[in-house]
Design a binder for this molecule. Structure first.
Ligand SMILES: O=c1ccn([C@@H]2O[C@H](COP(=O)(O)OP(=O)(O)O[C@H]3O[C@H](CO)[C@@H](O)[C@H](O)[C@H]3O)[C@@H](O)[C@H]2O)c(=O)[nH]1
Ligand SMILES: [Mn+2]
Length: 951
């Protein structure tokens, strides 16, 4: 039980036997066990840490990446030829083979039996099928060993927050975490949403003095700035209230909007009274936020009028011509009567979106290290906080400098600016990144993440990614916004390899991983040349110990051997040696401490990199330095975004950033908690959703093309992890084949042909086999991931909708970028605040905005509908009707149409119900067109029939 509440429970064989994700030894729980997988290992009479091989009672060391518990000796035995050449924990692979065989047989049959009557149809369909099989293979391969993890927060508490010899007072010894929130536009990202996110962070359950929250405002907007100031002030009420009454979630908008009984489990008598007061205070806070735009406008108007008057007066005094128009800039004014340094609505030079100074304001100063208790309720204090620690974490507003002619690299640039600023202001060894609309839903989320980071071997984890979960999605989830197949199937599968992708939000990073360091012991390469088998071979040959094992300092971080100048990243060179940094300590000393920390020395047994340089009171000099590193000039001269921090040059900086870390040999962790750790919003109307998918798909294409992130240049990435990324990269290309395939049933109906010459038994049996195995596989995925059939079906549907609209557009965009260098614009995904209309929570769902992306799916839909009509008419009129061919065609057309159903619904917008006249018209049109078709190209059978009758 020496592990920090970590538990790697593989899906046990008890779920469904004889399938891809089960079978074999699966209960490789490492350490503290909670779920049923533990019982399984107990049943087998093995203790948790014993080797799982029969007759062996050695201590298990998990030498294989699959996590199977086996001792070193047995493992090496298994790897040798007499042991079968592979680890017994990885044996699901055999099952996979059966499935491939079925698919292979089917394809082989299809290829060997061309439809000679319609070679074109056969050729097209077989090409598509081969590609689908390939992409299916790429999709399945990484799913060999999905992982589910469980943490035990009590162990974390025991280890880091209980009194012991080294820590007699039991003060929290948890490492510092800097939380980064990004916002870019107060119009599209309502300040109230951001404010609620910030409140959920300030109230999170983590040692206050170890926490710092940074808001990056790429809009440089006074509105955001003032909203944050209001938030800081409301936090003085909200945070103690949350702490005192264990409020969940700690986002006031969500908390007060909950429909469930808020008295459940509440025992304190003052709760009801205090809740009422805080609710009232929150309502007032909301109104204040809502009134901010107007108050800023009025204030600015007043100041501007005043300025104008003064200028007029001056003009008169100087004896100027009064008729001459005066040039007075219309500025934006702060409440203290000074100009706002950020952007103005008049967009003057030095005050526009792409042209303004850097701004930093610590809205809440760093707290004391000792708890501070509040006082009884009075006029100022809404709640009695005598027993509550009322300190608040540091809160900082940051708007990085922007100047024309500099690429600001969107979100990635903003995040890197925060990495540098925070290094100077708080330097937390861990960083949590959240989008402005993703709040902390589970106040223990940070602790969950720390369980992994501080666990044994945790020093090789670059980030812990939590799933994206959403609120405000329509109940039927029409456009698969929940994306459960990705977040509950794929991501867990990747966790069984080298780790999940970074998806942009809800992710805790290790700071030094962002700095471009490689993980400790990184020289253990993956792949064949890094495999134990190969090393063993080498050792046998050389008859000497493996030099790698001796040379590697355990616990130290190796600087990436690219020509990376790590000092220039940590500190701007021009500060020289005299300036103080981070903690009013000399730079040399700071660097010394940091390096010691990185090498795992001098931090009292804690994992390397977990220690922050102690934070001292924030002074003006520190903030001034923090400002200098968010200058775009500074950005321009350093290597940020090329190899460290958030990577630039992609619309999905997140995937690329995670990719680079995996590439260096880091591992990432996927942490799905019972109670969602974070929650956010997603666009629920068709157009916005398609555009969001377009962005993701474009990112995928970029991954595939960009030579900077070349997929096969990876040095330390595992093979299957590479396959996983490759799969993401190839995904949009599959759409090309998908579009063709969606037209095939229509073409087949029009021409009266089918993809096979005749529906013979072999074909049907093989088809049945393939579809059955696909269904089984889908059901299995559903079973082990816990998603519903509905989720899965929605995902299928949206896969086709996105695959025929956004994905091909992304391929085009990607090609344009690669070939012609046309840059891709990053459009902010729109976020709706609380619904305006309480009656109609999902009003957004019915907004229809025309987009070119909709053209292909509409065409596919129309053509298939017409084709069904034409095909039916042709068969009906034919003297030798080929019913089986019609049935085949209609079935596949119908399959396509079913997938497009949500799309069709989305196009209809609000009305939802289609007027009957539409049916009448489409019926009429279809019949006319089919009749026309039959007249133009009469069915061959019909011709012959006619000739026979009238010779
Ligand atoms: O110039 C910019 C543009 C965006 N953002 C922020 O980036 C975040 C994500 O943007 P959004 O438009 O909401 O993107 P989504 O499509 O919702 O985002 C998903 O996909 C993106 C690209 O893969 C990731 O960056 C996001 O974190 C992830 O949630 C928001 O907080 C923005 O404020 C900036 O800070 N500066
Ligand atoms: Mn978003």
């Amino acid at each position: 039980m020496d592990r920090i509440g970590l538990n790697q429970a593989r899906f046990g064989p008890g779920f469904i036997s004889g399938t891809i994700f089960t079978g074999g030894f699966n209960s490789v729980t490492r350490g503290h066990v909670i779920d049923c997988s533990m019982e399984k290992s107990e049943e087998q009479g093995k203790s948790v840490n014993e080797c799982m091989m029969k007759g062996c009672d050695e201590k298990a060391i998990n030498p294989c990446d699959c996590g199977f518990k086996i001792c070193r000796e047995c493992y090496l035995d298994c790897l040798s030829s007499k042991g079968g050449g592979h680890c017994p924990g990885c044996k699901e692979l055999i099952l996979m083979v059966i499935r491939f065989a079925a698919l292979g047989l089917f394809l082989a049959w299809r290829i060997r039996h061309p439809n000679r009557e319609a070679m074109w149809l056969w050729g097209m369909s077989v090409t598509c099928e081969v590609w689908f099989a390939f992409s299916w293979l790429l999709d399945q391969l990484p799913k060999l060993c999905p992982v589910n993890r469980i943490t035990d927060l009590s162990v974390l508490k025991d280890r880091y927050e209980s009194p012991n010899l080294r820590n007699p007072k039991g003060r929290s010894d948890l490492p510092g975490i800097d939380v980064f929130v990004s916002t870019a536009d107060p119009e599209k990202e309502p300040p109230l949403v951001t404010a609620n996110t910030i409140l959920s962070i300030l109230a999170v359950d983590y040692p206050v003095e170890k926490l710092a929250c940074y808001l990056s405002d790429d809009g440089g907007a006074l509105l955001t700035f003032e909203a944050l100031a209001e938030t800081a002030s409301f936090a003085r009420t909200w945070v103690p209230f949350c702490r005192k009454h264990s409020i969940e979630p700690r986002n006031p908008e969500v908390y007060f909007g909950q429909k469930k009984d808020f008295l459940k489990n509440k025992v304190r008598l003052d709760f009801v009274r205090e809740r009422r007061r805080v609710k009232r205070e929150y309502d007032e806070f909301k109104v204040r936020i809502n009134s901010l735009p107007e108050s800023i406008r009025r204030r600015s108007d007043a100041y501007n009028a005043h300025e104008e008057l003064r200028a007029k007066k001056k003009q008169m005094e100087m004896g100027g011509n009064l008729a001459e128009p005066l040039k007075v800039v219309k500025g934006i004014w702060m409440s203290d009567g000074s100009h706002w340094p950020g952007t103005w609505s008049s967009a003057e030079p030095d005050h526009s979106r792409g042209d303004h100074a850097g701004i930093i304001q610590a809205m809440l100063a760093p707290p004391n290290s000792e708890p501070v208790y509040g006082s009884e309720a009075d006029a100022e204090n809404l709640i009695d906080s005598t027993e509550v620690d009322i300190r608040l974490p540091m809160l900082v507003y940051v708007s990085r400098e922007k100047r024309p002619g500099y690429d600001h690299n969107k979100k990635a640039g903003a995040m890197n600016a925060l990495v540098r600023t925070s290094a100077i202001m708080s330097n937390g060894p861990f960083i949590l990144n959240l989008d402005c609309d993703h709040y902390i839903h589970n106040s223990l989320a940070l602790r969950e993440g720390m369980c992994f980071m501080l666990d044994r071997g945790g020093d090789r984890i670059c980030y812990v990614q939590f799933p994206q979960r959403f609120e405000g999605i329509d109940p039927s989830d029409r456009y698969a916004n929940h994306n459960t197949v990705f977040f509950d199937v794929s991501m867990r599968a990747y966790d069984g390899l080298q780790g999940p992708m970074y998806v942009g939000t809800g992710c805790i990073f290790r700071r030094i991983a962002l700095y471009g360091f490689s993980p400790p012991r990184a020289t253990e390469h993956h792949g064949w040349f890094g495999s134990r088998k190969f090393k063993l071979l080498l050792r046998k040959k050389a008859k000497e110990p493996n030099p790698e094992e001796i040379a590697l300092p355990v616990g130290g971080y190796e600087e990436d051997n690219d020509d990376l100048d790590i000092e220039s990243l940590l500190l701007p060179k021009r500060f020289g040696n005299s300036t103080s940094l981070a903690a009013s300590i000399p730079v040399a000393e700071y660097q010394g401490r940091l390096l010691q920390d990185l090498q795992g020395k001098g931090n009292q047994g804690r994992p390397a990199g977990s220690l922050a340089v102690p934070r001292e009171p924030l002074d003006a000099a520190t903030v001034a330095e923090a400002i200098s590193v968010i200058s775009c000039f500074y950005e321009d001269r350093t290597e940020w975004g090329k190899r460290v921090g958030w990577i630039y040059g992609s619309v999905t900086e997140d995937v690329v950033t995670g990719y680079r870390m995996h590439n260096r040999g880091w591992r990432s962790i996927y942490c799905v908690t019972k109670k969602d750790a974070f929650r956010g919003t997603a666009p629920i109307n068709l157009t916005d959703r398609l555009h969001q998918v377009l962005r993701w798909a474009t990112g995928s294409v970029e991954i595939f093309f960009s030579k900077n992130n070349a997929l096969f240049a990876s040095r330390r990435m595992k093979f299957l992890q590479r396959v996983a990324y490759l799969n993401v990269g190839l995904y949009p290309f599959t759409s090309m084949f998908l579009i063709v395939y969606c037209f095939l049933p229509a073409l087949s109906l029009f021409s009266g042909q089918f993809i096979v010459q005749s529906l013979n038994v072999t074909f049907l049996v093989l088809l049945l086999l393939v579809s059955l195995s696909l269904c089984m596989l889908a059901l299995l995925e559903i079973k082990w991931s816990g998603i519903t059939l509905h989720d899965w079906w929605r995902n299928e549907q949206f896969w086709l909708i996105g695959g025929t609209s956004a994905h091909p557009a992304a391929v085009l965009q990607g090609l344009l970028k690669v070939i012609a260098g046309v840059d891709i614009s990053f459009t902010l995904t729109s976020k709706s605040a609380t619904p305006d209309d309480a009656e109609d929570e999902f009003a957004d769902l019915y907004i229809v905005k025309w987009s070119f992306l909709m053209l292909p799916p509409i065409t596919i839909m129309m053509i298939n509908m017409i084709a069904i009509a034409v095909g039916s008419a042709r068969t009906l009129y034919s003297p030798f009707p080929e019913w089986s061919k019609l049935l085949g065609g209609v079935f596949f057309s119908f399959w396509v149409l079913c997938h497009l159903y949500p799309f069709a619904k989305g196009l209809m917008g609000r009305s939802g119900r289609v007027p009957t006249i539409v049916y009448v018209w489409s019926g009429l049109l279809s019949i006319t067109i089919s009749l026309l078709w039959i007249n133009i190209s009469p069915p061959t059978g019909g011709h012959q029939g006619l000739r026979f009758e009238f010779p």
